[in-house]
Design a protein around this ligand. Structure first.
Ligand code: GLU
Length: 394
């Protein structure tokens, strides 16, 4: 017998999250005393709003520190249902809502509950890597539809419908998308939903950046699905991005009751439920004053526009204007050459070790030749980062 450690075969196709690896690399350099500017991590730089922290502290004081129902406390599930009813006009009761430890766990629960060997699940790239890997972990086969920079990375109905086969079981759409910030347009989703109307295909709509949309584009995607495919739609959301709560780990899903129950079964054998304290905090976030969300969004918008102007003025970067999220995703192929930095991953490594600016390589999103810059950082840091990048590129 060999001494080599053998992991389960399901991990053969699955790599560790590359978006999280950037966090680790930054932390390592910071521990060595290097002053890194971090435009890598996809998380708000703002502190969690005070009223949310107060609610969490009160939960601890009240000894609200025991197990809760697996799907989450009823008040929070009701608040989540109200949020989607008010914003999008879609109605779920609490039996259709499951609170999870982050949007990522919501997507994972769904993948395990709905997909398995022999199934194909369509999603779009450049895209967030965990979606594809979760499909692998569920034993199903991801099918990738590529969006293009020329088209602003917008997901169109046509290529998705072309990718549908008799084995297709699901379509996962992330809008606004990470890393591109692109929105799917309502008419495109209408065409897509109509095109699969007679099919047994689930549409999973990952709305993690739903409150970070900067332009006036109509974006009631939940309603488009609700009107056409309510019984085959699953919505995913999170407190992480809207309320600057990434570390609290709170997400959720809304689905037909049987699917919600299936997702709850998966969760009941892994994490049981989201942390009780976090659930109280998320309840305060969703039901408390929303001005904090507007304030953060306004600042992201200003930063997006400033950074876009910088990148637009430098012909070596070709960048599209993102409608949402907090990333810019420029094509950097002009900066690559066979006898210099050959790949965007090498460029990112050099930026980190030589310019001390962390960004995420396009390779993480199945898009070599691009880099992702997060503008969830204070303006002075963005300015300093751009100065360092310019100095490094000489
Ligand atoms: N969603 C964030 C990102 O894309 C966090 C990292 C992760 O959880 O994958 O950077």
């Amino acid at each position: 017998m060999s001494d080599a450690i053998r992991l389960a075969a399901r991990l053969d196709k699955v790599g560790a999250s590359q978006t999280q690896q950037v966090l680790v690399a930054v932390e390592q350099l910071q521990r060595q005393g290097v002053e890194v500017i971090d435009l890598g991590a996809g998380e708000p730089d703002f502190p969690t709003p005070d009223h949310v922290k107060t609610a969490a502290a009160a939960a601890i004081q009240d000894n609200f520190t025991k197990y809760t129902a697996g799907a989450g406390i009823t008040e929070l599930r009701a608040a989540i249902a109200s949020h989607y009813a008010e914003r999008y006009g879609v109605t779920y009761d609490t039996t259709g809502v499951v609170v999870t430890s982050g949007g990522k766990q919501a997507l994972y629960n769904i993948a395990v509950a709905l997909f398995g060997p022999g199934d194909e699940v369509i999603t779009h790239v450049p895209g967030w890597p965990s979606i594809v890997e979760q499909v692998h972990l569920a034993g199903a086969e991801p099918v990738l539809v590529r969006t293009s920079a020329e088209d602003g990375f917008e997901l169109r109905a046509e290529p998705v419908l072309d990718a549908v086969t008799p084995r297709t079981r699901g379509i996962v759409i992330n809008s606004p998308g990470n890393p591109t910030g692109a929105l799917m347009r309502e008419p495109e989703l209408e065409r897509l939903a109509d095109g699969i109307a007679e099919r047994d295909i689930w549409v999973i709509l990952d709305l993690c950046y739903e409150q970070l949309i900067y332009d006036d584009t109509p974006h009631n995607l939940p309603r488009v699905l609700w009107d056409r495919l309510a019984d085959r739609t699953v919505l995913v959301g999170t407190a992480s991005k809207s309320y600057a709560m990434t570390g609290w780990r709170c997400g959720w899903l809304l689905a037909p009751a049987a699917v919600a129950a299936g997702c709850n079964t998966v969760q009941s054998h892994s994490t049981s439920h989201a942390t009780s304290i976090t659930q109280r905090a998320a309840l305060a976030a969703l039901t408390g004053p929303q001005a904090c969300v507007d304030t953060m969004r306004d600042q992201y918008r200003v930063r997006r526009d400033v950074m876009l102007a910088w990148l637009d003025a430098d012909a070596r970067f070709r960048v599209t204007r993102p409608a949402g999220a907090f990333y810019l995703f420029p094509d950097v192929s002009e900066l690559l050459s066979p006898d210099g930095l050959r790949t965007s991953a090498q460029l990112v490594q050099a930026l980190l070790t030589e310019a001390h600016v962390a960004v995420t390589p396009g390779e993480a999103f199945d898009a070599p030749g691009f880099i992702r810059l997060s503008y969830a950082a204070p303006m002075e840091q963005l300015r300093e980062a751009w100065k360092r990048i310019q100095r490094f590129l000489g």
